[in-house]
Design a protein around this ligand. Structure first.
Ligand SMILES: Cc1cc2nc3c(=O)[nH]c(=O)nc-3n(C[C@H](O)[C@H](O)[C@H](O)COP(=O)(O)O)c2cc1C
Length: 347
C-alpha cells in the first residue's frame, strides 16, 4: 500500500525527492545578507498570474513598432569580430523586436571596404529601427568640407533609418590619436538639424551628460537622446589604458566624472517640468551601466517619456560566439521583464 502511494507520488512529481534533497543542501548557501534588499520596488505576489510566454505588448518607438523595450547600443565595426557581432545582434533584434544602433560608420564615409561588417538591414528587417553612427568630430569636418551629402550616401547604403551622433570630448582628449572639437558640439548638432535630411539621435559614449547639455538637447527636434551614462563601459578609462603612464596618473580620476543613468532620469524629469511645451525631443534611450533587466525595468518606468533601455557591453559579452548564446541571454531578459511587469511595481 505504502509502495503504491510512493509510486503514484513519483509519477505526479518525478523530481520531488532530488529537489527536496537539493533544498536541504542549498538552504545555507541561500541566505540573503542584511541590508542587501532591492528597495526600488513593491513586490506584489497576489495581484497577477504568471505571465504567458511572449505576452509583452508591442509599442511605438522611433516611428516603428518594437516588441521589447531594449536597444542594442552602438559598438564599433571594422574589426575581425565586427561582422559576427553585428549579424548576431541584428538577428536578436529581429527575433525579439528590438532596435539597434550601429557602431561608428566612419570607415564607410569614403569607402565600402567594411560595408559587409555593418550591412544588417536584411537581417533585422524593415520593421525595426536601425541607426548609423558617426562622431561629432567627423560631423564638424564634413560640415567644414561641405560634404554632408556623404551622410545621405552612408544612410542609403546601410538602409538606415537615421544617424546617431556620439559626442565624446573626454574620450577624444584621452585618445592618443583623438580629435579636437573646434566649435561647441551643440552648434554642430544644430547645423545638422538645419540640413534636415534624416532623423538624428545624440549620445555620449559612457560618461553621460549634465543638466545644461540635456536641457539644450531636449529643446531640439531630435528623434531621441541616448544617455550613454557613466556606470558601465567608460571610454575615458579605456583610452587611458591605451595611453602613457603620465597621462594615466594625471587623468585617471576623469573616469569618475559624469552622470549615472538614474541621475540622468532625475535631471530629465526636472527638465520636462521646466520646458513644458518647449520640449521638442520626446524619446529617450536610457543606457550606460544598465547591467540587468531590473535596472532597465526600473528606469524605463521611472521616466515619463516613451523610452527603452540600452546595453552595449552586456550584449557584447554574448554576441561574439554562436547566435544561440546571444538568444539565451536576450530571451532570459525578455522573460525577466515579463515577470517584473507582473509582480513588481515602482515604489
Ligand atoms: C566595444 C565597444 C565599442 C563601442 N563603440 C562605439 C561607437 O563606435 N560609437 C558609439 O557611439 N558608442 C560606442 N560605444 C559606446 C556604447 O554605445 C555605450 O554608450 C557604452 O558602452 C555604455 O554602455 P554600457 O555600459 O552598456 O557598455 C562602444 C562600446 C563598446 C563596449
Amino acid at each position: 500500500m505504502k509502495d503504491k502511494l510512493l509510486n503514484k507520488l513519483t509519477n505526479i512529481d518525478p523530481t520531488a525527492s532530488s529537489r527536496k534533497k537539493d533544498h536541504i543542501e542549498l538552504a545555507f548557501q541561500s541566505q540573503i545578507e542584511e541590508g542587501k534588499l532591492d528597495s526600488r520596488f513593491y513586490y506584489e505576489p497576489l495581484l497577477s498570474p504568471h505571465p504567458k510566454e511572449g505576452e509583452s505588448n508591442s509599442f511605438q518607438f522611433l516611428g516603428k513598432t518594437l516588441r521589447t523595450p531594449i536597444w542594442v547600443s552602438s559598438m564599433t565595426g571594422g574589426t575581425e569580430w565586427a561582422k559576427t557581432i553585428n549579424q548576431n545582434l541584428a538577428r536578436a533584434c529581429h527575433e525579439f523586436g528590438m532596435g539597434m544602433g550601429l557602431g561608428s560608420c566612419r570607415s564607410l564615409l569614403y569607402s565600402d571596404e567594411t560595408l559587409s561588417d555593418f550591412d544588417v538591414r536584411a537581417i533585422i528587417g524593415e520593421e525595426l529601427p536601425l541607426y548609423a553612427n558617426l562622431g561629432i568630430a567627423q560631423l564638424e569636418a564634413l560640415i567644414k568640407q561641405n560634404e554632408l551629402f556623404l551622410i545621405d550616401n552612408l544612410l542609403n547604403k546601410l538602409r538606415a533609418d537615421g544617424l546617431i551622433i556620439h559626442v565624446n570630448p573626454l574620450q577624444e582628449w584621452l585618445q592618443p590619436e583623438g580629435d579636437r572639437f573646434k566649435i561647441p558640439p551643440i552648434e554642430t548638432i544644430k547645423t545638422i538639424l538645419e540640413y534636415g535630411k534624416f532623423p538624428v539621435i545624440i549620445k555620449e559614449v559612457g560618461q553621460g551628460m549634465g543638466y545644461g547639455s540635456l536641457k539644450a538637447l531636449f529643446q531640439l527636434p531630435l528623434e531621441a537622446i541616448d544617455f550613454a551614462a557613466n556606470g558601465g563601459t567608460n571610454f575615458a578609462k579605456l583610452e587611458l589604458l591605451r595611453n602613457d603612464k603620465t597621462k594615466q596618473e594625471i587623468y585617471s580620476k576623469l573616469a569618475f566624472v559624469g552622470h549615472s543613468a538614474e541621475d540622468m532620469v532625475g535631471i530629465t524629469k526636472r527638465i520636462i517640468d521646466e520646458l513644458g511645451d518647449d520640449m521638442k525631443c520626446k524619446q529617450v534611450i536610457i543606457s550606460g551601466g544598465i547591467r540587468n533587466f531590473l535596472d532597465g525595468y526600473y528606469l524605463i518606468n521611472k521616466l515619463p517619456l516613451p523610452c527603452v533601455y540600452g546595453q552595449a557591453s552586456g550584449f557584447l559579452k554574448h554576441a561574439r560566439g554562436t547566435y544561440e548564446e546571444l538568444k539565451d541571454y536576450v530571451g532570459a531578459q525578455v522573460q525577466g521583464l515579463e515577470l517584473a511587469n507582473s509582480f513588481l511595481k515602482l515604489r
